[in-house]
Structure formats: C-alpha cells, structure tokens
Design a protein around this ligand. Structure first.
Ligand code: MN
Length: 228
C-alpha cells in the first residue's frame, strides 16, 4: 500500500531495562477516581459511577523529555496517576479476569489546562482541549507485570521542586483497576496497546515554567519531567 502523505510514526513508550518499546494505540483516562480528589473538585464520590475521557496517543512525553508549557492556559494542573498498559482486549471483560489483560504499569501525569476544562464544564462542552492537548501525558518507562506482579496497594506521590504535593495509595481508588477495565470495556472494545490512566489523588495544583515534577509509584520507575 502507498499513502498520499507519510503516515504518522507509531507512538511508543520505553520498557524499563529493555531495548524494546511498548506500542501505544489509545489513551483512556478515568475521572475522579479517588474520593478526596472528587471532593476537592466539588463532587460527591459516593454517588458517581466511573467516567472516562481520552488523550491522543501522541500526547505522550517519553524518554525523560521536557514538557513544553502549553498555549492558551494560565492554570496548568498536575495529576499524578498510575498507568496500566494492556496486552489484551475485548468487550464486557469480567472483573474476575480483567487483570489478565494487563501487560504492565507506568507512572503518568494527566496534565490539565484547568481553566479550559472549567469553562467546558460550565458550558457543557467537551473536555478535549482541557485534557488532550499536545504533550499533556508525560509517562515513565513501563514495567511488565511479570516483574512487578499485580499492583494493588502501592503508594503514589508527586513532588514539585522537591515539595510533596500529592500522596495516596492505590488502595484508595474508588474503582479498582479490574472494575475500571470492566466498566470501560462495556463502553468500547479494548485492544492491546491501550493505556489507562487510572485517576489522581487529592492535591492537584497549578504548575509554572521551570517546575520539576517527580512522580512515584512503589515498584515502578520514577517519572521526572521539567516544564519548559
Ligand atoms: Mn486525571
């Protein structure tokens, strides 16, 4: 087959301790998946089923690259999240077998133009330009589940310029990773190469040019990204 223009390159994420890379198909993100974060955003965490939004695959920032401060915002927020990388897919995946789809895990940032997102919420408009902008998804190298085992109770934190801004445990997720996969696969068919950003704990706040963001999940490679 020949194309009328050059096709876009395959987006991929490095694999820790390997020359191989994980090819990315889609990025799904869970909204408000920690109770304290739902409350800080003005919502009742007890009454809301999980909901999802997406970022384009080429929004990933990988391999320790800097993140350019995006245009059209004065309120760029950090959201530290554990990321699940899928090796399998399907529809209506039962909670009981959902972990079998997991290839591995990484540490990600769901960077958010909160002012644009807030305006979209107020006007009932899509979140895409608040969430899915260029370079909006810095991510660490991935670790295979064969090395880490299933991760359920790890500590997750984010430091900005050496000061702790967010800290929680994956045990605090409202919807566990198997439950998230179950819900999401009832809405779309999941495929190998899909990433799921699993939600952020409380403590989201604004960042500025020059900030160094340092994210951590127990057992994974730390994420370090500088805003330029
Ligand atoms: Mn998020």
């Amino acid at each position: 087959m020949s194309f009328v223009i050059d096709p876009a390159p395959q987006v991929s994420v490095p694999v820790a301790g390997s020359d191989q890379r994980f090819p990315v198909r889609r990025i799904y993100c869970v909204g408000r998946n920690y109770a304290a974060h739902a409350r800080e955003m003005g919502h009742d965490p007890d009454r809301e089923p999980p909901f999802f939004f997406m970022k384009p695959a080429d929004a990933l920032v990988t391999d320790g690259a800097d993140m350019p401060y995006p245009p059209a915002t004065a309120d760029l927020h950090h959201e530290i999240e554990m990321v699940v990388a899928l090796k399998g897919g399907g529809r209506d995946i039962p909670v009981e077998t959902a972990n079998k789809l997991i290839w591995g895990y990484g540490v990600g940032l769901d960077m958010t133009r909160r002012d644009i997102q807030g305006e979209a919420k107020k006007l009932g408009r899509p979140w895409d330009m608040g969430k899915g902008f260029d370079h909006s998804a810095p991510i660490s190298a991935l670790h295979p589940v064969t090395e880490t085992g299933i991760i359920e109770d790890a500590t997750i934190w984010l430091d900005v310029n050496g000061t702790r801004r967010q800290e929680s445990t994956l045990k605090a997720l409202i919807w566990s990773i198997p439950e998230t996969i179950n819900y999401l696969s009832g809405l779309v068919t999941l495929h190998p190469g899909d990433l799921i950003f699993t939600g952020t704990p409380e403590g989201v706040a604004a960042t500025v040019r020059g900030d160094v963001l340092h994210g951590h999940v127990d057992g994974l490679t730390d994420l370090r990204v500088k805003l330029i």
